[in-house]
Ligand binder design. Structure first.
Ligand code: ACO
Length: 191
């Protein structure tokens, strides 16, 4: 301590904790974790966590969870990472989040909100909820609802004046339970 430097003797537990902390991989995320509602995360079943999509999530089964929703073409990890980077490069536009089973390190739920910037409503922003999917084995445990709540939180905290989505008739009761109401119709023209 002679020259002002305080030496601190570390306990074995402190050294182990430090070793654990430094070996824990730092995930490369699509957006700031701070945007995910702590209130929503608290309500997840034990052993599950929610976070922004990471550039290493291809191998955690991101596409296989999405395949419960629609056609998924697996173009390989490099192409997947390129798409991740392209979406992340658009500032304040894409927010993809995932629920991960911590025991298996596999993704069990996914969802996205993307921001549409308008000229009307004082250059207002609309949050579009897209691509919600929960792994079949985990459906019915309120994971879908937690994803919608977390995405709506991001949308509202980004200043969106409304949050909207399209769904099948069969999913209307689910979205009503999440606080959404039916408004107007969806039109589509496939290329
Ligand atoms: N009909 C009636 N009620 C439903 C339905 C349904 N189809 N789905 C869920 N609910 C109810 C649940 O019973 C629950 O009610 P409770 O609060 O009274 O217990 C409530 O809605 C919340 O359900 P969750 O447990 O959160 O639903 P889950 O985790 O299974 O997720 C989801 C729902 C996302 C629709 C899931 O079943 C799924 O992945 N389906 C296949 C893909 C799909 O259709 N995705 C949505 C496409 S629309 C879009 O992406 C914008």
């Amino acid at each position: 301590e002679g020259n002002g430097i305080k030496l601190h003797k570390m306990s074995v537990q402190e050294i182990q904790a430090l070793a654990m902390a430094t070996t824990e991989p730092v995930l490369d995320l699509m957006f700031s974790e701070d945007l995910i509602s702590a209130e929503v995360v608290k309500q997840l079943p034990a052993g599950l966590t929610m976070r922004p999509l990471s550039s290493t999530d291809y191998k955690r089964g991101h596409l296989s969870v999405l395949s419960v929703l629609s056609v998924v073409d697996d173009l390989g990890e490099d192409a997947w990472v390129a798409q991740f980077r392209a979406l992340r490069a658009l500032p304040k536009t894409y927010y993809c989040l995932v629920i991960v089973d911590q025991a298996t390190d596999k993704i069990v739920g996914v969802g996205t909100v993307f921001m549409e910037h308008k000229f009307l409503r004082g250059f207002g922003t609309v949050g579009h909820i897209e691509d919600i999917a929960v792994d079949k084995s985990q459906q019915g445990k309120k994971l879908g609802m937690r994803i919608i709540q977390a995405l709506t939180h991001i949308s509202e905290n980004s200043g969106c004046y409304k949050t909207i989505l399209n769904c099948s008739d069969a999913n209307i009761p689910f979205y009503e339970k999440c606080g959404f109401t039916k408004k107007e119709n969806e039109m589509a023209k496939y290329a």
